[in-house]
Design a protein. Structure first.
Length: 186
């Protein structure tokens, strides 16, 4: 299955760490977790807090221990293809979480959500378009969906942002199916 993942973090600094994670499977099921910081995680940026609105105190009182969240992620997400809109940042925070939990930092890998959208469009459209035309149809479809979407600022909450990535992917699926259906009918 495809899984759309998002992290919120303490900051964008080198020593930043994950404070919230959420994921949405391609079938729509989801999970979200606030993460209680590991003892060695001390970085905190008030400006980042002003964006995600998650006080460090909330993490201390309501967050799940970082190692439990890491184990839950490995348990639930191993064997699936993970996507994030900012894979370098999300990959950094995933790696920090796994390392702090003493799990292999490459236990899970993240790819760019743009790849998920292109891949599903290719899977659907390859049934109706010849190889020499396929890349044009995929590019046109992805551009159409991007223009059609009212892209605003991300919510900067992990579940809302992961759900938005999932919704964007679902819009590509629906449009690709419609294009394929119309191509067959013509």
């Amino acid at each position: 299955m495809f899984v759309f993942l998002d992290f919120e973090a303490s900051s964008l600094a080198k020593l930043s760490y994950p404070i919230e994670v959420a994921w949405v499977f391609d079938n729509g099921t989801s999970e979200s977790h606030l993460i209680r910081p590991a003892a060695q995680w001390t970085d905190w940026d008030e400006e980042a807090e002003a964006v995600h609105h998650i006080p460090r105190e909330t993490l201390e009182t309501e967050g799940a221990p970082h190692d439990e969240v890491a184990r839950r992620m490995v348990d639930q997400l191993s064997g699936h293809v993970l996507f994030a809109s900012a894979p370098s940042w999300d990959g950094k925070w995933l790696s920090a979480l796994l390392r702090a939990a003493k799990l292999p930092r490459h236990a899970l890998r993240i790819r760019d959500t743009e790849e998920a959208r292109a891949e599903v469009a290719r899977r659907i459209l390859t049934r109706v378009f010849p190889p020499e035309r396929l890349h044009i149809e995929i590019d046109d479809l992805l551009t159409l969906i991007k223009v059609r979407r009212k892209e605003g600022q991300p919510a900067h909450r992990a579940l809302a942002d992961a759900q938005d990535e999932h919704q964007h992917w679902m819009e590509v699926v629906a449009e690709a199916e419609a294009v394929a259906w119309n191509a067959v009918r013509s």
